[in-house]
Design a protein around this ligand. Structure first.
Ligand SMILES: [Fe+2]
Ligand SMILES: [Fe+2]
Length: 315
């Protein structure tokens, strides 16, 4: 596993998705988990384009050539993810969902609060502040990437999505397999830029204390804004109107039963591993397994096969 990661080059893949046969409730009989995954479609493009902008700003500060190449590969993969999930947003609109509210919230989080001015406050500037703000945002990305990586490894091992809509599950599986593939980049970059070992350890704990609850909160918030509009599942609609904690309780029960998403317990355990001074994302996933998924992902193979058999170009 380590060998492959050592010599492995991170590159963006061309993908093609067709959601014309998909339905909003794409995990069979599990509207709750479907809405959570669909809600992520609203958070991702703004978030991942923000990752790209932040990481591009770090390039002049990276003194390790190999890491620099990895950061470039990471940025290209995240940009491809963002574009793919924008297509899933179109799919939700076409299915009658009003997604403007969550999109506005994602814009506020990533483009204003976490933009180039700390918290969007216009008069905050200065060279030192800019430097710390950039470092802080890299740390935030490293913490988020701990979840995308561990959720990615969960999906690679889970069989439940075999029964789900093929196009939607492939969107998430391809994306999450690449998350496993590039799971070390943000962490390595944060460590590289911080240099001070104790500072690195303390900052990553402080940042995680904020990111874990916010991550759960926004997953729930975005899912609820969709679920409230679900006319086919009245019980889900009702649940989404109830408070945050009822939602969380119901989610934990459903996810444990259907195995369609990792439980909060799973994410909490992942968060505890992060606390260890010996933590390293290399141990959090299996690159071979991620690459094996890419080799069979219909979205990736759509183009791979096109180059092998030029006479058989899909329309
Ligand atoms: Fe991504
Ligand atoms: Fe990522």
């Amino acid at each position: 596993m380590h060998m492959i990661t050592e010599n492995h080059q991170i590159k963006a893949r061309k993908v093609h998705f067709n959601f014309s046969e998909s339905s909003v409730c794409w995990m069979p009989n599990d509207p709750l988990c479907s809405h959570i995954a669909n809600g992520i479609n609203m958070l991702l493009p703004a978030g991942e384009f923000w990752f790209c902008r932040v990481f591009n700003k770090t390039l002049p500060h990276i003194t390790d050539e190999k890491l620099k190449q990895e950061v470039v590969g990471f940025v290209r993969q995240e940009a491809a993810h963002a574009r793919a999930h924008e297509k899933a947003q179109d799919f939700l609109r076409e299915n009658g969902y009003d997604i403007q509210d969550p999109l506005n919230r994602a814009h506020l989080i990533f483009n204003i609060l976490l933009g180039d001015k700390p918290l969007g406050i216009p008069f905050l500037k200065g060279e030192k502040l800019d430097e710390y703000w950039l470092l802080f945002r890299v740390g935030v990305i490293a913490a988020i990437e701990h979840f995308t990586g561990t959720i990615g490894q969960w999906t690679l091992e889970s069989k439940s999505w075999d029964k789900a809509d093929p196009a939607m599950s492939d969107l998430f599986r391809w994306h999450l397999a690449e998350e496993v593939e590039h799971r070390c980049v943000a962490y390595d970059l944060f460590e590289h830029l911080l240099t001070n070992k104790l500072g690195f350890y303390v900052s990553r704990q402080v940042i995680m204390m904020a990111i874990f609850p916010l991550f759960i909160y926004f997953l729930a918030d975005f899912a609820r804004s969709l679920g409230k509009q679900d006319l086919e599942h009245k019980d889900i609609q009702k649940l989404m109107r109830r408070g945050f904690f009822s939602f969380i309780r119901e989610f934990e029960k459903t996810a444990t039963k259907t195995d369609n998403l990792p439980t909060i317990k799973y994410l909490w355990k992942a968060t505890l591993r992060w606390v260890s001074p010996n933590f390293n994302p290399i141990h959090e996933g299996d690159t071979d397994q991620a690459l094996a998924y890419m080799a069979k992902s219909p979205a990736v193979q759509y183009f791979e096969q096109m180059t092998v058999t030029p006479n058989n170009i899909p329309s």
